[in-house]
Write a protein that binds this ligand. Structure first.
Ligand code: KIV
Length: 275
């Protein structure tokens, strides 16, 4: 059965942990979905891991719609959440609703995620009012990389920790169905998880969260530009892929590939009749 924002909220009430992974294309989405992962996030991290940018700031609505629509065709059971890219909602409440609507109508997302806390509650309320479920995202919000001065752990001091807790409460009040906590100390994530009624989904936020999310290239060791401390590597697909590509190159060079079993046959007397 297809997961929804409602099943997500119910999972917290039942004490069931939620799993989320990113995907950006049909083939990966199908694999993630078939593995039984609860939700797929088409993250704006695609700017870095799929498009090769240094950060997520250049990602456009067109990029998000294109990748979300591909993932939607592969996500049969997982809840499909699409990120709202930089400047698709910060500009106004109106833009937020219009662009969230595009991710649902054109990308076939079931929910959207946007970064930011207290400053964006009005935007979240308006999107939710338009019947589009919203997942919040606080702590390290990569779209604010220039304001933060880099990708840094957030909420270590008392004032910063209180602000993040207040933001989580405000997001719940604004109608968010879940909230991603990125790169915050585990003790703070634990306190937030116990303080709100909607699920917390952690990334670099410890085991106390109601669920976890990872970028799939990080957990498969496919992306070598950055290796976040919090991303456990469940397989070494990057090196396996490189070995396979190199083996293919060698077999082509040696004339070993393609072999007879990769080749189509015909009545070869026909060849003799050709002029
Ligand atoms: O863009 C993304 O992949 C994300 C996750 C890191 C939570 O926002």
């Amino acid at each position: 059965m297809k997961n929804t924002s409602v099943t997500f909220k119910e999972a917290k009430a039942k004490g069931q942990k939620l799993s989320m992974l990113t995907a950006y294309d049909y083939t990966t989405a199908k694999l993630v979905d078939e593995a039984g992962i609860d939700a797929i996030l088409v993250g704006d991290s695609l700017g870095m891991v799929m498009l090769g940018y240094e950060d997520t700031l250049s990602v456009t609505m067109e990029d998000m719609i294109h990748h979300t629509a591909a993932v939607a065709r592969g996500a049969k059971n997982a809840l499909l959440i699409a990120d709202m890219p930089f400047m698709s909602y910060q500009t106004s409440v109106y833009d937020a609703v219009v662009n969230a609507g595009r991710l649902v109508k054109e990308g076939h997302a079931q929910a959207v995620k946007l970064e930011g806390g207290l400053d964006f509650c009005e935007h979240i309320q308006a999107i939710v009012k338009a019947s589009i479920p919203v997942c919040g995202h606080i702590g390290l919000t990569p779209q604010s990389v220039n304001a933060f001065g880099g990708f840094k752990v957030q909420g270590k001091g008392e004032e910063a920790a209180q602000r993040i807790l207040d933001e989580a409460r405000a997001l719940e009040k604004a109608g968010a169905f879940a909230v991603v906590l990125e790169c915050v100390p585990a003790a703070l994530a634990d306190k937030i998880t116990k303080s709100i009624g909607i699920p917390t989904i952690g990334i670099g936020a410890g085991a106390g969260c109601d669920g976890q999310v990872l970028v799939y290239q990080d957990m498969l060791a496919m992306y070598s530009d950055m290796a976040p401390k919090f991303a456990k590597q469940y397989a070494q697909l990057g090196s396996q892929m490189k070995e396979a590509f190199a083996a293919y190159k060698q077999e082509v060079a040696d004339g070993v590939f393609p072999a007879a079993e990769h080749t189509f046959k015909m009545d070869e007397t026909i060849i003799d009749k050709l002029y």
